[in-house]
Design a protein around this ligand. Sequence first.
Ligand code: PEP
Length: 252
Amino acid sequence: MRRIIIAGNWKMNKTIEESVSFGLCIKKMFYGKPEVILFPPFTAIKALSDALYDSDVGVGAQNMHFESTGAFTGEISPVMVKNAGANYVLIGHSERRHIFGEDDELINKKMIAAAGSELTPILCVGETFYERQNNLTEEVIERQIKVGLSEINYSKNVIIAYEPVWAIGTGANATPEQASKVHQFIREIISSMYGVGSGDEITVLYGGSVKPENIEELAKMEDIDGGLVGGASLRCDTFVLMWKKLKSVKIC
Ligand code: PEP
């Protein structure tokens, strides 16, 4: 079933204390739907999930390795992420793909590991500016989804985030029409892989410079189920404002 979600990706920001303080703030102001999921740095997952234990706010990891244990210095396994209190994980975020060189095959291994560890993965896909300019958007998105989900039995658990690379952290969001067109295309690919109608059931979030000023117009598009927010998720008051705006469009 499709879910309406606002997720905050804090990237490499916030200490344990800052994360807990955000958690306590959001817990006070958040009630019911849309769902909220927060992605703190690894170091704050345990403290944040403890602070949110009696709330509906979900906690996730921004990345993970695909193996459960072993000689992988500096890496964190799905078991460890789960053990720290996370129920979600971002896989293939554009900063992982473009700064740390993660390719679709590696991302697929992580998707398989997430599925086997009872973590709900958010598979992030998106084209670069060059790819959009050269009419390669659909080709890139199709490859990222088909390879990323290879050998994954369709699970309604999987969430996809469409995050055009050119819109992440730039202040220049995709227009609602641009985003919606790609979301529709993503649903078509899912239906072609997993059967008629499956594309309408999967949750597809938009990410890329979502902020209070644009969340309503993006959310008005039927194929956009919510947002994955980076920079504008770092302040509790701004995040709650976006949550209220999403709620006013999608829930009430
Ligand atoms: C992100 O990190 O997933 C993101 C969309 O960042 P921003 O909202 O800052 O563009």
